[in-house]
Design a protein around this ligand. Sequence first.
Ligand SMILES: [Fe+2]
Length: 552
Amino acid sequence: MSAGVRAHRREPPRERSKRLIILGLAVATCEHHGAALVIDGEIISAVEEERLNRQKHYGWSPPGRPGANLCNDPSLTLNDVMCRESVRHLLDERGLSLSDVDVIAVNGVPHRHHGARECVRDGRYLFVPHHLSHAALAARTSPWRSCNVLTVDGRGEYETAAFFTYRDGVLARQAELPAGDGRSLGGAYETVTRVIGFGPHGQGQTMALAAYGRPSSIRLAPAFSVRSFEDFELDERALQTLAEARTSPETELHDAANSNLAADIQEALEDALVALARDGQARAPSSQWAIAGGVALNCRANSVLRDALGVDLWVPSAAHDAGTALGAALEAAHLLGEPPCEPLRTAGLGPEIEGERARAALEARGLSPVEGDAIETAAERLAGGGVIGWAVGRLEYGPRALGFRSIVAHPGHSGVQDRVNAIKTRQRWRPFGPSVLEEHANAWFVDSDFGPFMTFTADVVPAQRERVSGVVHEDGSTRPQAVDQGTNPPWRALIEAFHQRSGVPMVLNTSFNGRDEAIVATEEQAVESALRLGLDGLVLGSCYVDLPGSAR
Ligand SMILES: [Fe+2]
C-alpha cells in the first residue's frame, strides 16, 4: 500500500458515467463498530455490527488488550478490525461485492499516519479523523448547509471534544480539547457511572438517577470543571477519588448519596458542554448547531445546551461511534465532489422485515396471525393494556428504538412502568419515553421542539401527567419522539389507531431487547425475543399474533 496523502481539498465533480460507491466503516475505536453505504452521495443503508453478531456494544480488540485499536496500536490492520457481518449485509442487500466499492472510508486515522488532522487518502482507503467523522454525521445529515458543530466523546485520536464550523458544505476544525491519560469528558461521566455501580455502559442509568438528586457541580469542580477549550480541570483519577468518598459498594443504587452524585456529574457535564459551545460561539457565531459523539446520547444535556445557547440544535440518531461509519462515508462523498445528501429524518437504515420470512418465522413457532388489519388489532390490544412487540420495516441505526424494533404499551395504563421494567429486567425507577403524533405535541409538552430521534428531554404539561404516568420521570420530564406524517407510515398508523381508541396521542416506546441484549434485527430474533420476554402480542411485518400467556 502506498504512503498516504492528505486529502482535505474537494475534488471537482466527476463525470457521471459510473456510480460512486462508498463504504463507511466504524472500526477505528474500541466499541460500537458498524458500516454504512453511500452511493452517488445518497445514504443507502447503515447497520451496527452488534445487531448482526448479537454482541452488545461490539468492537473488536486483540485478545488481552482491551484498549487497543487501529488508531493507537501500530500492530493492528484494517483486516483485523473489519466488521464483516455489517459489510456483508450491506453489500449483499444491493447485489454488490467488495470489489465494486470505489472508496472505503474509515472513522479514524491509523497509527501509521499518526499526527494527521486531515483526511488521509491511501489507495482505495480514505481515513477520516475520528471527530471529523462525528462532525460529518451531525452536519451532513442536518437540515442545514451551514451550522456550528460540537463533538464530544471518550476520545478520538487526540481529542475528547472539538468545535467545527460547517459553512456551505465545508467542515473546518476550529478548536479541540485534547484527551490525555485520565482526561476525557465521556470518560469522566463513565468514571462516576462505574463508581455508582452501573458498570461501563450505564451512563443512561446515571442520567435517569440524576433526576432524583440535588445537583451541585461545585462538589466535583476540583476534578471536573470546563470553562473553555483552553481552560479546564479534567482529571478522572481525582474524580474517582471524590466520587468514591461519597458512596460505597454497599450503598443502595437508588439512594440519596448516589442520586446526588449522579446529579452532580450530570450538571458538571451540562456546564462543560455549554462552556465549550459558548467558546465556539465567541469564535464563530451561529444560530444553528449540531452535536455528535457518545456524550450526545445524553438527551438531558442536549436540551440544556440548546436552551442555554438559544439555538436550534440537531442531534443524529447514531451520535455514538457506530454513527461515524456514515459520517466518514459522507465526508468522503463531499471530498470526492458528490452532491450533498438529503437531511436525514429516519433512523430506519438497517435490515428490513420481509413478509415471507416473517410468516415462516411465526410458523416455525406454531403462531398464526390474527385475521384482519394487524395495526388495528395491535392498537386494540394496546388500549386494553397489552404490551406488544413491534418489528416493522428497517432496523434503527443508533441505540434508541424509534418505531422499527420497539416494545410498545399504553403510557397511562395502571402499573405499566413496573410491568415493562420487569419485562426488560430494569430497575423500577427507570423511565420510558413516548412516541407522539407531532401535531399533538404542543398540548402535552411544555417545549415540543424535540424532533424524531429521542435525543432531547421535554417536560410533560402538569395537567396531563396523570394520563401518561408511565412515561413521566421523577422531575416531570420525558424523552419523546415526534412522529410525523410521512417518515414511517406504519408507526404513524399504529399511534393514530391507538389515539382513536384511547384519546391519548402517544404510546410508550422502548427498545425491543432484553437485558444486555442488542436490539432485535431479524424476523426470527423478534419472535424468539417476544416469546422469551413474555410479551402479549407481536406485530411482525404486516402480521399480528397474540402470544402464549397473553390474556386472550
Ligand atoms: Fe467517538
